[in-house]
Design a protein around this ligand. Structure first.
Ligand code: UD1
Ligand code: UDP
Length: 379
């Protein structure tokens, strides 16, 4: 791509397309949209929602709480197999990108929508920026690992949230020039709403005592799409005799629990997914969190809440080094270790470098000072 050498008169207002589809995408993208809108009020900022997630509590509630304007394009792809879902996003997003003619497409994270949008944009010759680039679990049985590798390979701007990503990308032959260590935009979102969630009292509203419950969220296919899920529920039943368990259930997990007819004891409180502010409030006040979520490993690190991760690996080892996150393995029986572990005093941790609420500003700085955006974006 050659730098734009247009004179001031022929420079057009910068056009950016932001692609989101699944719950964590909204949280990662919101601060970037807001910062780029602020710096480029005359630019075109087109929000494309693929519709990978569509329940109100998996989608709209995030845009509302984070103050993101309604999407300009709703692709409505919905749920399907990997191939069908990815193909539908590709098919629906191509005409939208042709119509929008963006100078840049920004994609977050590692979901199927990320993969699909990247492939379509790059084949239309539109540069792509990838938020949360360079994470690797080194486990290619995870759909997210495939999605990340492709997004990183074809993106022009790789925005890194932790420095360990640098080595991961170098190992794949990616040049340092494409990498920009900006920090964690998911933490930007958290910081931006901190006063609101600190005063939300979500635990009390649900009838549990703040500081005295285990918060649970699980949705990885490797855990919930098979027999391990029954073992998890049995172990949670045991924990709940000593510590109440609060479990907002992801729709994938809900579907699996219903099909396997799994019913935990009443001290395991099952709820619908909760809103972003409610969830942050529940995380901040939890005695501990049990999860297989990527974002939750990060948020608990920032909040200094003990997190136990039911996975063999994590693409976020920075959270383990920080001291908040413990990998239990894909081993429900290790849920028994949580209560004894909580008897030990909590270590006080610092958030990882650049998890400071200002990552989106750095994204905007880089887009303004590198490549061909320098001449287009008026600061
Ligand atoms: C997706 C991402 C995963 C991410 C997670 C965040 C992929 C491959 N997976 O997993 O990386 O961690 O989102 O939450 O992109 N469903 C509903 N309502 C909804 C959305 C989904 O009922 O609004 C149900 C459907 O039955 C669907 C199932 O959940 O089949 C799974 O949804 P899908 O988007 O395919 O994958 P997730 O497990 O949500
Ligand atoms: N989250 C939420 N409500 C819930 C569960 C999670 O608001 O009931 C938020 C959480 O705070 C984090 C994001 O959703 O910001 C994480 O998304 P998820 O676990 O679905 O995806 P992952 O991070 O694993 O890709």
């Amino acid at each position: 791509m050659s730098p734009v050498t247009h004179s001031h008169h022929s420079a057009h207002a910068t056009r950016i397309a932001y692609v989101v589809g699944a719950r964590p995408n909204f949280v990662k993208m919101a601060p970037v949209i807001s910062e780029l809108r602020r710096r480029m009020p005359d630019g075109r900022h087109a929000l494309i929602h693929t519709g990978q997630h569509y329940d109100r509590l998996m989608s709209d509630v995030f845009l509302e709480e984070l103050g993101v304007p309604a999407p300009d394009h709703m692709l409505g792809v919905g749920s399907a197999s990997h191939a069908v879902q990815t193909a539908r996003v590709m098919e629906h997003i191509e005409p939208v990108l042709e119509e929008e003619r963006p100078d840049l497409v920004i994609v977050p994270g590692d979901v199927n929508s990320t993969l699909a949008a990247t492939l379509v944009a790059v084949k239309l010759g539109i540069p792509v920026a990838h938020l949360e680039s360079g994470l690797r679990s080194f486990d290619r049985t995870m759909p997210e690992e495939i999605n990340r590798i492709v997004a990183d390979e074809f993106s022009e701007y790789l925005f890194l949230h932790s420095d360990e990503a640098i080595e991961n990308l170098r190992a794949e032959g990616i040049a340092d020039e494409r990498m920009h260590f900006v920090g964690n935009t998911m933490i930007d979102s958290l910081v931006a709403v901190e006063e609101r969630f600190r005063s939300a009292n979500a635990a009390r509203n649900l009838g549990v005592e703040p500081g005295n419950y285990l918060l649970v969220t699980l949705h990885r296919p490797a855990l919930v799409d098979g027999p391990l899920l029954a073992d998890v529920i049995a172990r949670l039943d045991d924990v709940s005799r000593e510590l109440p368990v609060l479990f907002p259930v992801h729709p994938r997990t809900r579907k699996m629990m219903e099909s396997m007819n799994l019913k935990p004891v009443p001290a395991v409180w099952l709820t619908e997914p909760v809103s972003y502010l409610e969830f942050l409030s529940l995380e901040a006040n939890a005695r501990a969190v049990l999860t297989d979520s990527g974002g939750v490993q990060e948020e608990t690190t920032y909040l200094n809440v003990p997190c136990f991760t039911l996975r063999e690996n994590t693409e976020r080892p920075v959270t383990v080094r920080a001291g908040t996150n413990t990998l239990l393995g894909l081993s429900p029986e290790r849920i028994d270790d949580i209560l004894p572990a909580l008897a030990h005093p909590k270590t006080v941790t610092e958030p990882p470098p650049l998890w400071d609420g200002r990552a989106a500003e750095r994204v905007a700085d880089i887009l303004q000072t590198t490549g061909h955006y320098a001449s287009l974006i008026v600061g």
